[in-house]
Design a protein around this ligand. Structure first.
Ligand code: SOE
Length: 397
């Protein structure tokens, strides 16, 4: 079997994890990377152990050895680069969110469908074995009809007002900050696990740190900035906190808390689903455990053991029970599914069920957009729908 060639554009923080996941597959060659300049690409290629640095992303796309493009650029570049890659006939794996806003996401979704190639967006929490277990249990009716879907994604890395990131600049990160960055993961997970769609939202957004002291020079994501760093004051317009009520299209109700300025919370993503027969809960920081709640019998804690998992979840678990699997393993599962899809031609009927595509990325941007609209309207319910599409029209169609 000949190897597939991949290239990566945007060699920042997350790029190393894409390359790590690809290196764990046996049938993919890393051809080269492109960055914001020829020099930065060369420097990062050395640091990441990649043999070739392209002078630009256009040069990377022109190389026939590159069949798959990983787009790990900041959000405002997602559209331009993914679109160019699709037009060059490449399979595309894009970081989330798919693009900076609904219109751009729609364009990418349409272009991917027309190109007929594999198109993946990295909602990587789907790659956990116990997330797939939860999804299988709900699909098989083990919880009964879901009545409540709730949870949170809380972080603290933006707590200090001297921390600044491009994600807080709407021109680079998009209109939404916390919701786009991490609320997006939770919404994708909630819809993927339950198989239901968020149909309406009521959101209250807030900026708890409205002024930040950004370093004058651009700093690496998550880098510790010391006291002597020269700074400028920046007014922040996007949200670092969000409280959202949800309605799902199967009748379930729900709620979501999102925040990035909450001391002590690192990547505190939690999803709980309560059905009429049973409940379940999964937490990203304890990914090897699934809590299963009952009314008239003892609750159980299912630990990740390939032998105990549903057949739909088993292939996402690689180590024997008791050897923990975590974030990087789930990321690898997603990348492995992406390449399995590519090998099958990237046609809609061959996509692995757990793999998030541009359709999911577009869908997700509609959900986040409805939250922004709800808040802008003063906290009123908004349907999740494409611009120009009213619920009435949808029902008639
Ligand atoms: C930063 O907030 C970040 O790295 C996100 O961009 C990721 O998608 C999330 O998984 C963890 O936090």
């Amino acid at each position: 079997m000949s190897k597939l060639g991949m290239g990566l554009v945007g060699p920042g923080f997350i790029a190393a994890h894409h390359l790590d996941a690809v290196r764990r597959l046996v049938d993919v060659d890393i051809i080269g990377i492109a960055g914001s300049s020829p020099d930065s690409a060369k420097k990062r290629a050395r640091e990441l152990g990649v043999a070739h640095a392209y002078a630009s992303y256009r040069e990377l796309l022109a190389d026939p050895a590159v069949q798959v493009v990983h787009n790990t650029t900041p959000n405002h570049l997602h559209k331009e680069i993914s679109l160019a890659a699709l037009r060059a006939g490449k399979h595309v794996i894009s970081d989330k969110p798919l693009a900076a806003n609904v219109q751009e996401s729609r364009e990418l979704f349409d272009a991917a469908r027309d190109a007929g190639v594999a198109n993946v967006v990295t909602f990587n929490y789907r790659g956990h074995a116990l997330v797939q277990q939860a999804r299988a249990m709900i699909a098989k009716g083990k919880l009964g009809a879901p009545v409540l879907v709730h949870g949170r994604y809380l972080q603290d890395w933006l707590t200090d007002e001297r921390t600044y990131t491009w994600r807080l600049d709407p021109k680079l990160g998009g209109a939404s900050s916390a919701l786009g960055d991490i609320g997006s993961h939770w919404c994708d997970l909630a819809e993927h696990v339950t198989g239901a769609r968020i149909s309406a939202v009521l959101a209250d957004l807030h900026t708890a740190v409205p002024v930040r002291e950004a370093p004058l020079a651009s700093a690496k994501a998550f880098a510790k900035q010391n006291k002597s760093t020269q700074r400028r004051k920046v007014t922040i317009s996007s949200e670092d906190l969000a409280c959202v009520l949800l309605r799902f299209d199967n009748g379930a109700r729900g709620s979501l808390l999102v925040g990035q300025v909450l001391p002590g919370h690192k990547n505190d993503l939690r999803l709980e689903v309560n059905g009429r027969l049973a409940s379940l809960a999964w937490q990203q920081e304890q990914p090897n455990e699934l809590w299963i709640g009952h009314h008239a019998q003892a609750n159980t804690l299912l630990t990740r053991d390939p032998a105990l998992l549903d057949t739909l979840a088993r292939s996402y678990a690689h180590l024997p029970a008791g050897h923990p699997e975590a974030w990087a393993d789930a990321f690898r599962n997603l990348i492995s599914d992406a390449y399995a899809w590519i090998r099958k031609g990237g046609t809609p009927d061959t996509k692995p069920a757990a793999l998030p595509s541009f359709a999911d990325g577009y869908r997700n941007s509609l959900v986040i957009d409805a939250m922004l609209r709800s808040h802008a309207a003063g906290g009123v319910w908004q349907n999740v729908e494409a611009p120009g599409e009213s619920t009435k029209k949808r029902k008639r169609a």
